[in-house]
Design a protein around this ligand. Structure first.
Ligand code: CMP
Length: 140
C-alpha cells in the first residue's frame, strides 16, 4: 500500500475537553504524520457544505449545530495506508461499537459527539483536504 493523505477533524466535544494533544498522540503512535493543522471555528456555511452529503438525514441540523458550537482542529494526516489506518485508530462511529484503545472508545460521548471525523475513501479524502487547505499549507 502506498503513502496516502487523509483528512481529519478533532471535533468540538474533544477541543472543549482539552483532548487535542491526546488525540494527536494516538495518530502519531499509529504511524500517521500531521502534515497540516489548524484550529478554526467553523461557520454554519462551512459545516453545511462539508456535511452536504448528509443534508437529508434526520440528524443533519443537530450535526451542523454541534460542529459550529466550539472550535475544531482540521488536519491532514499522511502515512502508509493512511485512510484505513486513521479509521482504525478512530474506531466505529458509535462509541458503544468502538474497539478498545480507539479514540472513540476512549473519548467519544455519543454517536453525534464522537470526537473525530476521518475521510472514508481516497476520493473523499482529496475533496475534504481541498475544502479546508490550500496546497501551500500542507508540508509533508
Ligand atoms: P462523521 O464521521 O463526522 O460523519 C458524519 C457524522 O454524523 C458522524 O461522524 C456522526 O458524528 C454523525 N452522526 C451519524 N449518525 C448520527 C446520528 N444517528 N445522530 C447524530 N449524529 C450522527
Amino acid at each position: 500500500m502506498a503513502v496516502q493523505r487523509t483528512f481529519s477533524i478533532i471535533k468540538p466535544d474533544a477541543t472543549k475537553r482539552n483532548l487535542t494533544g491526546k488525540i494527536i498522540a494516538k495518530f502519531e503512535d499509529a504511524g500517521l504524520r500531521v502534515v497540516a493543522s489548524k484550529r478554526i471555528h467553523m461557520s454554519r456555511e462551512q459545516a453545511e457544505g462539508f456535511y452536504g452529503v448528509h443534508k437529508d438525514r434526520p440528524f443533519f441540523g443537530e450535526l451542523v449545530d454541534f460542529m459550529i458550537s466550539e472550535p475544531v482542529v482540521v488536519q491532514v494526516l499522511e502515512g502508509e495506508d493512511a485512510i484505513a489506518k486513521n479509521r482504525e485508530v478512530m474506531g466505529a462511529t458509535n462509541p458503544t461499537d468502538a474497539a478498545e484503545g480507539t479514540i472513540r472508545k476512549e473519548f467519544a460521548l455519543s454517536i453525534g459527539e464522537n470526537s473525530v471525523h476521518g475521510s472514508d475513501a481516497e476520493e473523499t479524502a482529496a475533496e475534504e483536504i481541498k475544502f479546508f487547505f490550500n496546497d501551500d499549507e500542507i508540508v509533508g
